[in-house]
Write a protein that binds this ligand. Structure first.
Ligand code: FAD
Length: 253
């Protein structure tokens, strides 16, 4: 056993609990919007699936060259009575994950691990700022749905145009604003940083959930820190970035 009282004891290494594996079976798949495909999944042991809104699973998606690649996808919702979870895939191109989602049909199976992720509701915050792009709609929507009545929330979501917008169900006192790229491609930009710069900070101790393209997330995090938020008031994670294949980026600097 490690003895921390000894001055020469080795530094502890960061240990994550092992993630559980699941075999999901497709129940249904349909377009949730012109740019988003929803896949509804079940598993024999789904009654044991425990997660917090905002968390994701790592799906083992078929690759064109054969084999599978790991892709992180948020749990958009769970219907315990129907024994299903749903996952929303942004149709951003002919890459492995959206290709799988477009072709998914009832009876198909896919392996996954999880759930994982720390972008989950901080119930003690006085107010909540959520920002992200299309890939973050499932997380933001699910966190908003889970908020207790009257929770003060502000969500800013970057989408291409009006066709990418959704209606959210929430009991929160939520102001939701869609930020249009107006023809610009998704990816690194100043758009959401402008939101972080101009957002009138409410009184009290809030929490910011900043997700999306990694460089956009980092810019917003630094802007909010410069405006006085402490590091522990910000949960930030890079969901994707140009050229990165699968995975995720820790943004905690
Ligand atoms: C915790 C977490 C939760 C996530 N939840 C969701 C979710 O619910 N729904 C969702 O759609 N995505 C989600 N993502 C993002 C998703 O995992 C990535 O977009 C992933 O790279 C998609 O895999 P792919 O096979 O399409 O592309 P990859 O093979 O991984 O990448 C191929 C190319 O596509 C580019 N690319 C990847 N994603 C995008 C994009 N969104 N827009 C433009 N170019 C892109 C890459 O930069 C790369 O150049 C999440 C990511 C994380 C870390």
């Amino acid at each position: 056993m490690r003895d921390d009282s000894k001055p020469d004891a080795p530094e502890p290494t960061r240990q994550w609990p092992p993630m559980r594996s699941w075999t999901f079976r497709v129940i249904d798949a349909f377009d949730a919007s012109p740019t988003m495909r929803r896949v509804v999944l079940t598993a024999d042991d789904i009654d044991e699936f425990a997660y917090k809104p905002g968390q994701a699973i790592i799906m083992m998606v078929p690759l064109p060259e054969g084999g599978v690649g790991r892709r992180d996808y948020t749990i958009r919702g769970m219907d315990r009575a129907a024994r299903t979870i749903s996952v929303d895939f942004v149709l951003h191109g002919d890459t492995p994950a959206p290709t799988w989602a477009r072709q998914a049909k009832p009876g198909d199976t896919i392996e996954a691990k999880g759930p994982r992720g720390g972008t989950v509701l901080r119930p003690n915050a006085d107010w909540h700022l959520l920002t992200g792009d299309e890939t973050c709609i499932p997380a933001i929507a699910h966190i908003l749905e889970a908020m207790p009545v009257g929770t003060k929330a502000f969500a800013f979501i970057e989408v291409g145009d009006k066709s990418g917008e959704f209606t959210f169900e929430t009991q929160a006192d939520a102001a939701i604003r869609w930020v249009h790229r107006n023809g610009a491609p998704a990816g690194p930009s100043e758009l959401m940083n402008g939101v972080a710069r101009d957002f009138p900070l409410p009184t009290g101790k809030g929490h910011a959930y900043i997700i999306g393209e990694t460089s956009n997330v980092r810019r917003q995090r630094h802007t909010l820190i410069a405006r006085g938020l402490t590091r522990d008031q910000i949960s930030s994670e890079g969901y994707w970035r140009p050229g990165r294949i699968g995975g995720h980026d820790h943004v905690d600097d």
